[in-house]
Structure formats: structure tokens, C-alpha cells
Design a binder for this molecule. Sequence first.
Ligand code: 5GP
Ligand code: MN
Length: 341
Amino acid sequence: MSSPTVPAEELEKLREMLAKPRRIAIVSHYNPDGDAIGSSVGLMHILRAAGHSAKVVLPNTPADFLDWLPGRSEALCFDRSPDASLSTIRTSDMVLCLDFNQLDRIGGLEDAVRGAKVKVLIDHHQQPGDFAAVIFSDITASSTCQMVYDIALGLGLDEHIGLEAATCLYTGMVTDSGSFRFRSTTPHTMRVAADLMERGVAIDAIHSSIADTNSADRLRLLGFTLSERMTVLPDLRTTVIGLNKDDLKRFNFRTGDTEGFVNYGLSIKGMRLAAFFMERPDVIKISLRSKGDLPVDRFLKEHFEGGGHANAAGGQSKESLEVAVQRFMSLLPAFLAAHPE
Ligand code: 5GP
Ligand code: MN
């Protein structure tokens, strides 16, 4: 299966780098999601099968709903193993940067990765930085996992995509494409998924491992959020959710518990924008989701130190929750007016 999206020159550079066994560190972004972990651990399996030594290093411990991914437990997390994380990066021949494209997205790993002699970027977010010697950046790709698959095939590593790698890559494809329903999902995405299925991936077990993992606390927090903390603005076709630290404490919040909450706002008929604000110990975390031509990544980059994709982006604010939400509301009419449907 050929893919038109992998640039031949970059592929050639990477092929040369991997011509003999290498020590490879694979790094992904802060608060790693399914695509970040799936692509990193999936590529780790492929590179190991191809004779390299590969390790995954993450800036912080991921939410536990992906702990079942084969090889996930081997990943070093900087918050728990800072020394091993940094020395793995510093002693590697090359660092592969997956599912992020700016070095400020990797927390405490930033300096070590910046100092690495050889960096390779594989990512699908907007506006990539130019810190890497080899750059695979495809903002049309539905996931980094899909890119890893295409690059692996381009490198002739087809036979090294075993069941474990396939399971990791398929999982990231599912999570980043909203189960193959976002606009980024193409016929090629489905062909890659089909090929991974032919390698034995158990799609029912994966969906169930991803979806059926709620705690009672999380489900109650969701119910509370939707009934008590969601404001619907029909005129602006926008929903806004704000959770403060007492709300989170009341439902014994654990990292990952609010994952996906923002999408409920967008599921209300007629909405084109959903906003989610959450009070964390040091910062207000913001998530935006939109439909159609409403580039929330640019909005967050301009106003809330954020970025991401045109229809799904994140950002932050050092203001109080109330002030951050107020500022958002005051910027909203102009943003919407600038992108009429
Ligand atoms: P989420 O809202 O689920 O945290 O993130 C949505 C998308 O935006 C993801 O692709 C994520 O990587 C990206 N993103 C989230 N927060 C930030 C941020 O603070 N800065 C940038 N550049 N991207 C972010
Ligand atoms: Mn991704």
C-alpha cells in the first residue's frame, strides 16, 4: 500500500540513519493521549523488531486508561523517573519526536531533547517548529499513528509491524479520529486500519478497553458537569463548561477524568463551538472543539498560549477561572464573526 504523503527525501535521510543498529529515544508530548502513546510505543516495537534499541520517554505519567497497551509499562515517565528519562535521551544516537512539533510541549524533557544531536519529527499538528534534522509533518494526517505506519512501510519495515505494534497504532488511530468519524478520516485511514486488522488487531477488545473504563466518580462528575456547569449560548451556537477545583475534589478527580467532556457540548444540535475550562493547581486548562471552518488552534495560540488542530485545540491561562472564562466570552463574538459559516 503506497502513501503519497511521506516525503521521499526525508524518508531517505531516515533510512540512512537507521542503516545500522541504533540507540533510539522516542519522546512524546505532555499529558500524552492515545495517539501520543500509541505512536511512540508502536514505533518502539517496530524499531526493536528491526534490530534497534528503542525506548519511550514521556514528560509525565499518562492517564491509566491506556495502561493495557502492549509495551506501555516500559515507557519511562519523567515525573517518576527523571534521571533515567534524561540519561536515556542523552545517551541515545537519535531522538524521535512524535505527536508534537514544538519543544515547549515536552515539559522537563525540553532541554535534553533540544541538546540531542539528531532529532526526527513525526507529527500532524499545525505550524511545525524546525528543530529537527528530519521532518515528517502532515497536518492532513488523522493521527501520528497513521504517519508512523506509512513511514514504517516507506522504510520497508512492513514485516516488523507485528501484532503488538499494530495494536498500539490502531488504538491511536481510533482515539485521534474520534473512532474514524472526524473529517481527518480518509479512505487511506480506513485502508491503514484494515491492514492493521489483517495483522490480527482485536478491534472489539480495543474499543472496549478504551471506552468501558469509567469509574463511578468520573461518570458522576460528567453528570454534574452537564447538568450544573454547562452554559448553552444558542445565539452564538457555543457551549461553555467551567469546572473549579472544588467541583473536581467533590468527585475525587483523577487525571484523565474529564477527557472528552468538551465533546458533549458540540453534540448539542446546532452548536459549532464547545469550550471547556478546568481549574488545575497551577493553571486554567482550556480545550476547544469546533465544527466546520472555525480554527480554534489559531484562536488559542493568539489568546491563550495554546495550539493544536483547526477543530480541536488546547491552551491555558494564569488568570482565575472566572476571569479566563470572562475574557474568552468577550473575545468570542469577534472570533465567530470573523469565520461566518
Ligand atoms: P486537548 O483539548 O484534548 O487537551 O487537546 C486538543 C489538541 O490540542 C491536541 O492535539 C493537543 O496536542 C493540542 N493541545 C492541547 N493543549 C495544548 C497547548 O497548550 N499548546 C498546544 N500547542 N497544543 C495543545
Ligand atoms: Mn495526535
